[in-house]
Design a protein around this ligand. Structure first.
Ligand SMILES: [Zn+2]
Length: 139
């Protein structure tokens, strides 16, 4: 179901809870909402659609990727980035890493499986932004 994007900063500052297989409806809403926004939106976290669960979705090459409970295990080559956000009216500046290693739970055959993914450049940046949302950080 397509949801409205939450812009209430007090709500968005709350850290999200671990996501489980009980949260597949949240994941589906996140995917539906992301698809409805087209090119405007590169990544979205579940709290941006009103669910305080650690789920993010991001787009790369017109394909959507979902991560449950993503955690950055390693980041290298820090830099300063200026970013826009679907939930905020203003751009923000934040410290990002060019290359990151993310550990997350992947939905595979109806189960959550621990996976690790290495990301760089744009993909790394948008995933760091979405993980910040999960932690209640508005960059
Ligand atoms: Zn954002």
């Amino acid at each position: 179901m397509i949801k409205d994007i939450v812009k209430d900063e007090e709500f968005l500052k709350q850290p999200s809870e671990p996501a489980t297989l009980d949260d597949l409806d949240v994941m589906q809403d996140l995917i539906d909402t992301m698809k409805s926004m087209g090119d405007n939106c590169a990544c979205l976290a579940a709290n941006q659609i009103g669910a305080l669960k650690n789920i993010i979705v991001y787009e790369f090459n017109s394909k959507l990727y979902v991560m449950f409970n993503p955690v950055i295990k390693q980041g290298i080559v820090p830099y300063k980035a200026t970013e826009g956000c679907m939930s905020l009216e203003y751009d923000t500046e934040s410290r990002r890493y060019k290359r990151i290693t993310v550990e997350y739970d992947s939905l595979e055959n109806g189960q959550l499986v621990k996976r690790t993914r290495k990301l760089s450049d744009w993909n790394a940046q948008i995933v760091q932004h979405a993980i910040d949302h999960c932690n209640g950080i508005l960059v």
